[in-house]
Ligand binder design. Structure first.
Ligand SMILES: *Cc1c(COP(=O)(O)O)cnc(C)c1O
Length: 400
């Protein structure tokens, strides 16, 4: 796996047979413009220095690594450590790529950022980046999601973004994507479309991975400093797959380190009850790229469920599909009940309230710890759980 990151994806954005760009012809020149700009800027010391400054002085990086002593002691197996992306500004890893996308837009001479959002997390991170750079921000969000995730809509508005309610179809994420692309096509001269994970057409899976790589590079140095060794296992939850690719990037070229992606198994293994795309999906094309996806009987993206709204996506980033196909990453899962147990355990025993998304990684790490005494596990704590506390306590209580 030496030089893996430099050699993947190929020039057309393919990771093996996955990835690429399958978009309407009218969008092609605009994604090409982004690709050309990224190729140039990713080698520009001015751009990289700007990004370094932002990481340190605005985002509060580097975020630390914490040893989960109490939970590890109680399990009596492997030692568990977590990378604290919950301490990144705005409370999750998403700002890592949003700041870099906004900086890219600024260097391209654009003045506006456009995106869709499901639960609102990407919208909030992007609105934050837009405010920092003094740019306009337009976020498309289904009316159903607006009702469900009201606080995030309030945040986006406070940050100065325009929230466009989407009222057709099922009024959720899929329609928000269509609406946002439609609006983007009207204003490609001044706006860029900012995708929220390692998904979508080339060059986004490549760019977003590289923008998140900071997580893995920091974590590797910190882990060695703390323990004098590299971890035996590295674990992250997978929705689209950006926090996982970020952390994995620091370790992927070292073949002896076992990498684990954790998919949401929801309430059961029945289609519609989970969002375990790699576990149960098949090859297909979704939102402009080729990957593994969960299909309904008509071959369309299937309905999915997870207790963590940031993970309920019927596709997955093409690089994960590829890493699965070559066996470099193991894809496992955590169910809603296992995730809740981890959410309560981390809160009560370690003093960290994790996001429900991140709780999937913790739940899996706890299972892995039992089976691997004497080893070490590094899991990505991709975000904090403040956004989830009302939902969890109203529905499930306090975990006594
Ligand atoms: C959005 C989100 C995720 C899932 O997105 P990935 O692209 O798979 O990382 C995970 N954790 C948190 C806290 C999120 O907000």
């Amino acid at each position: 796996m030496k030089n893996y990151l430099k050699s993947h994806p190929d020039r057309d954005g393919f990771f093996g047979k996955y990835g690429g760009s399958f978009i309407p012809p009218e969008l092609v020149p605009h994604f090409k413009e982004i690709q050309v700009a990224y190729d140039r800027l990713s080698k520009s010391s001015e751009y990289l220095n700007d990004l370094r400054y932002i990481r340190k002085h605005f985002q509060g990086r580097p975020t630390p690594i914490s040893h989960l002593r109490n939970i590890s002691d109680e399990i009596g197996g492997a030692q568990i450590y977590v990378k604290r992306e919950d301490l990144n500004h705005t409370g999750a890893h998403k700002l890592n790529h949003c700041m870099a996308e906004a900086l890219l837009a600024k260097h391209m001479g654009k003045t506006k950022l456009i995106a869709e959002t499901g639960a609102g997390q990407h919208g909030v991170a992007l609105a934050t980046a837009a405010a920092y750079f003094g740019m306009e921000c337009e976020i498309h969000m289904g009316e159903v999601d607006i009702a469900k995730e009201h606080p995030n809509m309030v945040r986006m508005k406070l940050l100065g973004a325009t929230v466009v309610p989407v009222s057709f179809g099922a009024k959720t994420l899929k329609e928000a994507v269509d609406s946002a692309f439609g609006s983007y096509l009207q204003q490609t001269d001044k706006a860029i479309y900012a995708i929220g994970s390692v998904v979508g057409p080339h060059p986004f899976p490549l760019m977003v991975r590289n923008f998140q790589k900071v997580v893995g590079l920091e974590a590797r140095d910190q882990f060695v400093e703390m323990t004098d060794e590299l971890p035996d296992h590295v674990v992250a939850c997978v929705g689209g797959g950006s926090n996982a690719m970020g952390l994995f990037s620091g370790f992927i070229e070292e073949e002896q380190i076992r990498l684990h992606g954790v998919e949401p198994m929801g309430t059961s293994e029945k289609l519609g009850d989970h969002a375990a795309t790699i576990t149960f999906g098949e090859d297909g094309e979704i939102h402009g790229f080729r990957s593994i996806m969960l299909k309904d009987e008509n071959g369309e993206p299937a309905p999915v469920h997870s207790i963590a709204s940031g993970l309920d996506y019927p596709g997955v980033g093409p690089e994960h599909a590829y890493l699965h196909s070559i066996g470099r990453v193991t894809y496992g899962s955590a169910s809603d009940p296992e995730t809740l147990d981890a959410f309560y355990a981390l809160s009560r025993k370690e003093g960290i309230i994790p996001a429900l998304e991140s709780s999937h990684a913790i739940a899996y790490a706890m299972k892995l710890a039992k089976d691997n005494p004497g080893q070490s596990i590094l899991a990505n704590l991709s975000g904090r759980g403040d956004k989830d506390i009302d939902y969890v306590t109203e529905k499930f209580g306090f975990g006594e």
